[in-house]
Ligand binder design. Structure first.
Ligand code: DAH
Length: 363
């Protein structure tokens, strides 16, 4: 015969097992384990037991109480699980998810000019890509590196001396006008060209020098399709013994053909810049480019003016750039212009608008 406590335990376990919901389970719990429940009342009776019976029954009572408590907990967990999976069952996991980067455009039919990048198609996956200006910058740096040019750098906020005086630009030159240049209240300015880096490079190192300096430049231009208050240039400077116009022409011709293709024609037209003598504007023409037979201006260039060397010497306090010994060429490429030609982009403002429909075309 099982002990009545064991009988009680078996009854309780059976009832727990057959409880159909949390409510029924709670009723069962109270019936056996509640303060006046049948298992609990056995604890009351313990004091009336014979001395030798007490430890045996006490142990059994503990075992029964633990078994019933554990069974109730297990059954409760089952009910909780059932509830949760019932809620999950309402979610249709076979529905396709929302693709990341989905922008809601059903297809862009704006800006589509003849050549190149007019076909834009949305993919389910959205991968980042390099900005067209960054792409041009990287290609250009790679080409100049092969020609032995190192990278140089200078600040966007400049002083008048680096931007104008040192570059042989007189105080009454129109570029220095407040209408053309962004001046800060303290008299400094946003550099109007990257030619400032020529001066900074020569101040910090003696010749020979062979550097390019890519960066932003700023002018108070009326903003339109070809003018922006901020644009980008690649400055170049090569100073050595016996540098000639032939070196300048050869290097820039090589660069243009690497960038735009072997069939690219390059033309040099006389011009005027205060910091070069002679000065030349650089034009390119290529059948593969939009505009085909048209000459497009892409750079200013020239032989470094002796007055620039003299200004640098004064600032250095030596004669490192002796104009009798050293000659050099310099150039300033319009980077936005190069990108617009190469990628057939009709409006310079597109570079700064961060419109994904535009940017995705260069992925
Ligand atoms: N700094 C000129 C500009 O912004 C471009 C330029 C012309 C740069 C001749 C040069 C140069 O280095 O030699 O229009």
């Amino acid at each position: 015969m099982p002990h009545p406590l064991e009988q009680l335990r078996d009854d309780a376990l059976r009832e727990i097992e057959s409880a159909t919901d949390e409510q029924a389970l709670e009723t069962t719990r109270v019936k056996y384990l509640g303060r006046s429940g049948s298992i609990s009342s056995w604890g009351e009776q313990m004091k009336e037991l014979a001395k030798e019976e007490k430890p045996v029954i006490g142990k059994l009572l503990n075992e029964v109480r633990n078994a019933v408590t554990a069974a109730i907990e297990t059954r409760n967990a089952q009910f909780r699980l059932q509830k949760e999976s019932g809620a999950l069952a309402k979610i249709d996991i076979s529905l396709p998810g929302t693709p990341s980067g989905y922008s809601g455009y059903s297809g862009y039919s704006g800006y589509s000019t003849t050549a190149g990048y007019s076909g834009y198609s949305r993919t389910t996956e959205s991968r980042g890509s390099l900005h067209p200006l960054t792409q041009i910058l990287q290609r250009s740096i790679e080409i100049f590196r092969r020609m032995g040019f190192a990278l140089a750098d200078g600040p966007d906020i400049e002083d008048e001396w680096h931007c104008f005086d040192a570059l042989n630009t007189p105080p009454d030159h129109p570029a220095r006008n407040e209408q053309d240049t962004f001046y800060l209240p303290d008299g400094r300015l946003l550099r109007t060209h990257t030619s400032t880096v020529q001066i900074r490079t020569m101040q910090s190192a003696p010749p020979p020098i062979r550097v390019i300096a890519p960066g932003a430049a700023y002018r108070r231009d009326e903003v339109d399709a070809t003018h922006s208050a901020q644009f980008h240039q690649i400055e170049g400077l090569y100073v050595d013994e016996n540098v000639s116009v032939a070196d300048l022409k050869g290097s820039l011709e090589f660069f243009m053909r690497e960038l735009f293709g072997a069939d690219t024609a390059v033309q040099f037209r006389p011009h005027y810049f205060p910091f070069t003598e002679p000065s030349l504007e650089v034009y390119v023409k290529s059948k593969t480019l939009k505009g085909g037979e048209r000459w497009i201006e892409v750079a200013g260039s020239g032989m470094v003016h002796p007055a620039v060397f003299e200004e640098v010497n004064k600032a250095r306090g030596d004669n490192a750039y002796d104009p009798e010994k050293w000659t050099g060429y310099a150039f300033g490429l319009g980077m936005d212009r190069l990108a617009m030609i190469l990628f057939d982009i009709p409006d310079i403002r597109l570079f700064a608008q961060n419109d994904l429909r535009f940017l995705r075309q260069f992925a």
